[in-house]
Design a protein around this ligand. Structure first.
Ligand code: AHR
Length: 501
């Protein structure tokens, strides 16, 4: 059996974990909100109409910060429509997704949902069809305590305490021609800088995210970040990154190595940002908010898609059903985010419910976990303390898209306070199990508390409405720890987590 060796050393610390790395994303798109997390009349719905079975799954998933309300949706959104008495809220067309928005869920209701799930809000402002004034108004409505027109309106609407939103996205994917009101880097950079400066006049402690590229394949990738930051460097704290991956042309090998593209993406954005910082002789470092990442079968027509010429409320859209292979890629992307946690300080799995999501629901019926739920929930639960960069010695294979890829990829965490550690691994081989020996002597751990793997004889096995528990985690009985060496066998196309104490 082929072998990989890994060395872990506490000196190879990347960063201490900020829980924001386990964020997710809720957009007013398809059935994410309506007929997803919100369904008045569902047997588990609370007085606000939120499904409590979905709340329980979100808590189990362990997602933290939630980016809201879009996405492409936000670039045509008038936030004022979605507050105040529900019966007076207008129905509007959402041009981004060709559907109808009823505005029955808005900032005040969604904030109550966030409380149920214990999540933090990351709010996006519309810089597509709107601008500085609307952003400032929303900020006043959301965060000002009282005694102004908009804060008093919030109080009159029933939310007495300010929402105190810390993280704000300055628009969404403004580099994309599909975005309502998309801009050139020059124009967006100026608008982002002016909006950020104005928002910080209201509250200098806000954390602001400028739009980066919508993907590493964008023709402006790299230059976009440089130009935007040349304008906005002093006013923003984060630059965003968005990346979606899918298996194309039956090339599973390249797909399983998707995290190499994510690494290239992160390296390029850091270079662009630090180039601008160096030119300005600035000691400030811009962080990355990887606020959309996932597997998404974007090129595929889905039978379930209910979008046509009609304008409908909550049509079924982007309801990808994920396989074991997809979950292994998601687990590997999370490994990559952690490895770069010194610069990627926040991230959002896109999205949370029904729309390219780890959680699926049926109206009036069940809620269940997709395959991708598992690597996310276990990583969020076990990753504590510091991220450690492992030294990995593994074989390689050639991919069509990314060049040579390692067979095994991994990251580790170590919590000095509890003495616990965790290792997260993937085996990208499609044919062979891999024995991995991990030198953990420096971590002072003595026992394997838990070893869980996700794999299946059928790498395309999925959880569906008809078979909701077809795929799940399996205990990996091969894990053993002796003389400071953890030995474990990784099945082909698998994701694994090992907890050590
Ligand atoms: O997550 C789905 C969509 O992907 C988002 O609305 C948009 O920002 C991205 O293109």
């Amino acid at each position: 059996m082929p072998e990989t060796t890994i060395a872990l050393d506490r000196a190879d610390r990347v960063a201490s974990i900020d829980r924001r790395i386990f964020g997710a994303f809720v957009e007013h798109l398809g059935r994410c909100v309506y007929d997803g997390l919100y369904e008045p009349g569902h047997p588990t719905a609370n007085e606000d109409g939120f499904r409590l079975d979905v709340v329980e799954l979100v808590k189990e998933l362990g997602s933290t910060t939630i980016r809201y309300p879009g996405g492409n949706f936000v670039s045509g959104f008038r936030w004022e429509d979605s507050v105040g008495p529900r019966e007076q809220r207008p129905v509007r067309r959402d041009l981004a997704w060709h559907s109808l928005e009823t505005n029955q869920v808005g900032l005040d209701e969604f904030s109550r949902w966030l409380k149920l799930t214990g999540s933090e809000l990351m709010l996006a402002v519309n810089l597509g069809t709107r601008g500085i004034e609307a952003a400032l108004d929303l900020l006043e409505y959301a965060n000002h305590p009282s005694g102004t027109a908009l804060s008093d309106q919030r109080i009159a609407n029933g939310t007495v305490q300010p929402h105190d939103i810390r993280m704000w996205c300055l628009g969404n994917e403004m580099d994309g021609p599909w975005q309502t009101g998309y801009l050139t880097a020059e124009d967006y950079g100026k608008l982002a800088a002016r909006t950020a400066a104005a928002m910080k006049m209201a509250d200098p402690t806000l954390e602001l995210v400028a739009c980066g590229s919508s993907g590493s394949g964008m023709p402006t990738f790299g230059d976009w970040e440089r130009t935007v930051l040349e304008h906005a460097y002093d006013h923003v704290d984060f630059i965003s990154a968005h990346a979606y991956y899918q298996e194309r042309n039956g090339d599973l090998g390249s797909f399983l190595a998707s995290s190499l593209d994510m690494q290239y993406f992160i390296d390029t954005v850091i270079s662009a940002a630090d180039h601008v910082g160096s030119k300005r002789k600035s000691t400030k470092r811009i962080a990355i908010s990887f606020d959309e990442w996932n597997v998404w079968y974007l090129d595929e027509h889905k039978e379930s898609d209910e979008v046509n010429d009609e304008w409908r409320v909550a049509p079924r859209q982007l309801e990808d059903v994920y396989s074991v292979a997809d979950a292994v890629v998601v687990g590997n992307l999370l490994i990559t985010l952690l490895k770069n946690h010194d610069r990627v300080r926040s991230a959002s799995l896109a999205q949370l419910v029904n729309v390219i999501a780890p959680i699926m629901t049926e109206p009036g019926g069940a809620a269940w976990r997709q395959t991708t739920f598992f690597p996310f929930s276990v990583t969020s639960r076990l990753a504590k303390g510091d991220v450690l960069r492992p030294t990995i010695s593994t074989g390689t294979y050639e991919t069509v898209v990314h060049g040579d890829a390692g067979i095994v990829d991994a990251v580790a965490t170590h919590d000095a306070e509890s003495g616990r550690a965790a290792v997260f691994l993937v085996n990208r081989s499609q044919t062979a199990a891999e024995t991995v020996r991990i030198d953990v002597r420096d971590l002072g751990v003595a026992t394997v508390e838990e070893a869980l793997s996700l794999f299946d004889d059928d790498v395309y096995a999925k959880n569906t409405f008809a078979d909701q528990e077809r795929v799940g985690l399996k205990a990996n009985g091969s894990a053993s720890l002796a003389d400071g060496v953890l030995t474990i066998e990784l099945p082909p196309v698998s994701w694994t987590a090992v907890a050590l104490a």
